[in-house]
Design a protein. Sequence first.
Length: 227
Amino acid sequence: MHTKIGWLDSWHSFSFGDHYDPQNTHFGLLLVHNDDTVAPGMGFGQHSHRDMEIVSWVLSGSLEHRDSIGTTDTIYPGLAQRMSAGSGIRHSEQNASRTEPVHFVQMWIPPDTPGIDPSYEQHDVSDLYDKGGLFALASGREPDAAIRIHQRDATLWIARLDPGQSAQLPDAPFVHLCVARGSVNLETAGELARGDAARLQDAGALRITAGTDGAECTVWETHAEAG
C-alpha cells in the first residue's frame, strides 16, 4: 500500500490510514511498518496515540520529535528511539532539515500492559551500526538490546550487512523481515529487493545474505499475535 502526496512518500506493510484491507492488519504483534520519506521542512503535525510502542529508525537525514511529556529531540542514523504512548501522548515529527529529505521506518506494536505512563527513550548505537551484522535495537526480551520496549514478546533486530555478508534470522513463531536498503537473498525464498518483505511463520533460523550493494533490514521477532 502506498501513500504519495506532495511532501510524503510512504509505503505501508499493513493497513494504515485510508488504506484498509481486513486481510492485512498485522503479523504477529507487528501492527504498523511504514517506510516514510518526508520532504525538507515538512512532517506530521501534533497528533495523539494511546497504548502503543512506537519505534522509529532513521536511514538518512534527521527527524525532529516533540511530545506532550516535554521531549524535544532529533533522531539521526544510528540513534535508537522508542516512544511509549501508554495512557496517552501527543507528538509531532518533522524533517529537521530545510534542504534534505529524511528517510525513516516507523513501526508500532501493542504493549503487554495497557495504561502505563507515557515515556520516551533514545540511545546512540553508532558503534553497533558501524560494526554491522545483526543486533537487537529494541526489545522486551533481550537484555542487551539498545532500548527497552514494553512488550515481553517482541524484539526488533537491525541487520546491516556488507556485500556478501550473511546473518541468521531468529527462530520464532513470527518473523517479519523488510529490506530497507540494498538487497538480500533469503534462504529458501530467493532475492528480496529494497521495499520487499517476508513474513515467516515458524520457519526456523533462516539465513539472509546481502547483495552486491550490501543491505539494511528490519527484523521483527514476535512470540505472540495481536488480538
